[in-house]
Write a protein that binds this ligand. Structure first.
Ligand SMILES: Nc1ncnc2c1ncn2[C@@H]1O[C@H](COP(=O)(O)OP(=O)(O)O)[C@@H](O)[C@H]1O
Ligand SMILES: [Mg+2]
Length: 258
């Protein structure tokens, strides 16, 4: 049965999409895992970064509104299977009015749970019904944080959302860790940033991943080529770092029995 990991942080620009895409592609390339990547952000960047046209075919909105079964929305790429999203998801969100509105994703994924080893969910920069749908179905959350946007502000809110999902519908929801992205070892700030992240991790009852993802322009270039960072710039620092990060993720997540 698939282990489900959502990348979350209500701040934008912290590396959620970049990390989702690297994690999904890397689990396939380096560990031969069966992976489904799901974009839950109406901006649609994940599908785009994995080389797909997000205006074509069925999307996650069709699945969540019951217009298409999940299998019809799965697109195959060189990296992994993908369910794309686009701006229609923000209007679909308003249609989530049923009493099980928080469990739409969980229910929709049931038929394919045994087809994958990992399902990776990219989430919007918000704590809204889409985020809650991701938390409700996930085994683990990973929180990307970028030094320039790192602050303790917002952590309480994030923690409250996680706790409330745990209480109301997913007691097994686990925060796997905080991954520091866009990291620059050379700055004086680096040590303070690590300390602050440790502090946040302590409050959330989790860890900071040992690996930090260093900054490189290659990260910003890769999506435009529809290539994973590993293919676009295999020897660049972030590729090396994401490889190490994925190794940590593999070690920390135990496979689930079917
Ligand atoms: N390690 C990195 N080095 C350089 N740029 C990065 C790195 N990680 C992310 N970026 C860039 O930062 C921006 C925000 O990243 P993104 O993954 O889209 O964040 P989010 O999904 O949290 O909004 C993007 O332009 C991306 O290319
Ligand atoms: Mg994003």
């Amino acid at each position: 049965m698939a282990t489900i990991i959502a990348l979350t942080n209500q701040k934008g620009g912290v590396g959620k999409t970049t990390t989702s895409s690297a994690l999904a592609a890397g689990l396939v390339s380096f560990y031969d895992k069966r992976v489904l990547a799901i974009d839950l952000d109406p901006q649609g960047s994940l599908g785009f970064s994995l080389g797909l046209d997000i205006e074509e075919g069925r999307t996650i909105s069709d699945v969540l509104t019951g217009q298409a079964p999940v299998q019809q929305a799965i697109q195959l790429t060189d990296y992994c299977d993908v369910i794309t999203s686009n701006i229609l998801l923000s209007s679909a969100e308003i249609e989530f009015t049923s009493s099980d509105r928080e469990l739409l994703l969980k229910k929709a994924l049931e038929p394919v749970m045994d087809d994958y080893d990992y399902i990776i969910i990219d989430t919007p920069p918000a704590l809204n019904i889409l985020t809650v749908n991701a938390y409700a179905v996930s085994d683990y959350l990973i929180i990307p944080m970028a030094p320039e946007i790192l602050s303790l502000l917002g952590v309480t809110q994030l923690k409250e959302t996680i706790d409330s999902v745990r209480v109301s519908m997913n007691p097994d929801l686990n925060v796997l860790g905080i991954i520091l992205t866009k990291f620059n070892q050379r700055t004086l700030l680096a040590r303070e940033v690590k300390e602050m992240a440790e502090n946040v991790a302590g409050q959330m009852g989790t860890r900071v991943f040992q690996t930090q993802i260093r900054t490189s322009v290659t990260v910003a270039e890769a999506p435009a080529h529809g290539l994973s960072i590993f293919d676009h710039a295999p020897s660049a620092k972030p590729s090396e770092d994401y490889k190490n990060f994925i190794q940590e993720v593999i070690h920390l997540t135990s496979p689930k029995a079917s």
